[in-house]
Design a binder for this molecule. Structure first.
Ligand SMILES: NC(=O)c1ccc[n+]([C@@H]2O[C@H](COP(=O)([O-])OP(=O)(O)OC[C@H]3O[C@@H](n4cnc5c(N)ncnc54)[C@H](OP(=O)(O)O)[C@@H]3O)[C@@H](O)[C@H]2O)c1
Length: 332
């Protein structure tokens, strides 16, 4: 069995990505073969492709990708709970050796059964490929680590990113006040429509002053920052005295000085904190599934691309003009 698979042989721009027919064989013990109908792009994949991720790509022939949706085609020995024909989402879990080896940018893939989440009949593949990584990341940070409570002021930077929008929705759903920070005013209306109570354009300057003005001079109980870089110590001044600055991304890319405004509670968050505890994962799945059913959570899909346009899809991600998730679909 062959699968059209996205590979790259060297680090570089979007143009290093190419499609190849890769022999994938049959699922082994604990594995399933999934027909992939859609996969969601995450910024970490740009970082792996450019050599900026927290581990190195295995070259040549590195794969990419952490979340997808499709239908189970075959199950390997010892797999219980899944059968051929079942609709599923695939989410990276820490038992993976990394997306460079196990990436799911493809129209079919063999994956560990532990990576599957059952996809409800009414959920289309594009939605199923867009919801889990942003929602798990935001839920785990804001609720499990940050202890988000109704009435909290929550600042979300890079608010139009796929993770940022999930954080805005989760904060609003729990009765907190989401304050979106975005680079310019261009996405303000769409951020308000997505649930932000206030929008701050960082290039107007004075993010800290604006957060203080919006929070009765207390500062925010939680700041959820996916940007980091040299402005982090300034941003730290917008945290309330009993608050927490949760850093989880590196969109800026430059070195990040440690905030020296003490006392301050800075937490470096990764989605693996959630996956480290099965009870947390169950709470997250329940919270997100309930939120989806209630209509309070819904992934914002910016645009879809065909698998054959993977280079364009990555180029578009790096344009930073998107609001929400970029999804790639595969025709069968
Ligand atoms: N810790 C974890 O477990 C975890 C999990 C998932 C993702 N992440 C990280 O979360 C971050 C967001 O991922 P994503 O896939 O959601 O990203 P994304 O959708 O590609 O986010 C793009 C948006 O980020 C903002 N942005 C881009 N470059 C920026 C810069 N230099 N300075 C300030 N803002 C910038 C822009 O939003 P505006 O136009 O609104 O400014 C841009 O539209 C990444 O760093 C990713 O690695 C971490």
């Amino acid at each position: 069995m062959k699968a059209r698979t996205v590979l790259f042989d060297e680090l570089g721009g979007p143009e290093v990505l190419y499609l190849a027919d890769v022999e994938i064989g049959e699922p082994g013990p604990g594995q399933v073969r999934v027909r992939i109908d859609a996969f969601g792009l995450n910024r970490g994949e740009v970082f792996l492709r450019t050599g900026r991720y927290y581990y190195d790509a295995v070259l040549p022939g590195s794969r990419l990708g952490t979340e997808a949706a499709g239908v189970v085609e075959a199950v390997g020995p010892g797999v219980t709970g899944y059968a051929a024909g079942e609709a599923v989402s695939i989410v990276a879990k820490p038992n993976d050796e990394g997306m460079s080896v196990h990436g799911i940018y493809a129209d079919r893939a063999i994956v560990a059964a532990e990576r599957l989440i059952r996809r409800p009949e009414h959920m289309d593949a594009v939605t199923g490929a867009a919801i889990w990584v942003p929602a798990f990341t935001s839920y785990g940070a804001l609720v499990e680590v940050g202890g988000l409570q109704p009435g909290d002021d929550v600042v979300v930077t890079a608010a139009s990113s796929s993770v940022g929008l999930a954080a805005v929705q989760i904060a609003a759903h729990l009765g907190a006040t989401p304050i979106a920070v975005t680079r310019t005013g261009a996405k303000t209306d769409r951020l308000l429509a997505a649930g932000a109570k206030h929008v701050i354009a960082a290039d107007d300057g004075n993010v800290v002053k604006q957060v203080h003005a919006l929070t009765g001079e207390r500062g925010a109980r939680l700041i959820f920052d996916g940007v980091t870089g040299p402005d982090l110590p300034d941003l730290a001044q917008a945290v309330a005295p009993d608050g927490m600055l949760i850093v989880y991304g590196s969109l800026d890319g430059r070195p990040t000085p440690l905030p020296m405004w003490w006392p301050i509670n800075v937490y470096g968050y990764a989605i693996f904190h959630l996956f480290a505890d099965e009870e947390r994962v169950l709470r997250a799945e329940t919270f997100i599934s309930d939120g989806l059913r209630a209509g309070a959570l819904a992934p914002v899909i910016d645009r879809t691309f065909d698998l054959t346009d993977i280079v364009e899809a990555h180029r578009y991600m790096e344009s930073n003009t998107q609001v929400g998730k970029i999804v790639v679909t595969a025709r069968h």
